[in-house]
Write a protein that binds this ligand. Sequence first.
Ligand SMILES: C[S@@+](CC[C@H](N)C(=O)[O-])C[C@H]1O[C@@H](n2cnc3c(N)ncnc32)[C@H](O)[C@@H]1O
Length: 214
Amino acid sequence: MVKEDIQELNSLTNLGVSSAELEGNDEQISRGLGIGLFLKAAISNPRAVGACFPSSVRVARTIAEQVQQKANEWVVEVGAGTGVITQALLEKGVNKTNFIVIERDPKLASYLRERFPQLQIINGDAAELKKYTEGLSVSTVVSGLPLLSLPKDLVKKIGQQFLEVLGHEGRLIQFTYRISKKPSPLPQGFRRVFRQKIWRNLPPARVEVYQYQN
Ligand SMILES: C[S@@+](CC[C@H](N)C(=O)[O-])C[C@H]1O[C@@H](n2cnc3c(N)ncnc32)[C@H](O)[C@@H]1O
């Protein structure tokens, strides 16, 4: 993280991180910078980020509990933001060699690379998921994408990619801020097999799992 980034973030977020402090608690500062970067991305592209803050640890852990990964299967996370869910997935035991993380915002993607040097982080678009996972057996896609605020045609394309990458066996884990219990906008065939409301999040969220069913 370069000095100019920190100065820019300070002016945007009032984090008040000084260069001298950078010598101190690296983890806390890095987390603060992550939140600053997230906020900056949210301000410049609100529909693509779809939230003012990263998800809570409670949401991230609820998602991680839903992941099933056998040997040789891959887990893909799309829309990773600052990596709250990524961290929970690693803590839950997702195999880091069979784990791909995709984030479209370039600054968030480079933050993720610094935070998780052991992982394959792609600065790319979930709408091209098939390209990034060619030849891999993907058992789970974890999506932090704001499906309700992204443009409809993009959501359609992304949903189709989810379906093709996961096939009939895989699981899609998605979270939403939708108040009604209506399912997320996904292609026909995806059925919701699990949902759980998480109040400890700003705003409260719902974790959902989808699977293809005829
Ligand atoms: C609601 S935030 C979730 C961030 C993180 N997963 C969390 O829970 O804190 C949505 C994230 O999706 C990313 N994003 C939006 N559209 C995307 C796309 N088409 N492909 C990949 N990432 C995308 C945004 O840049 C943002 O980081």
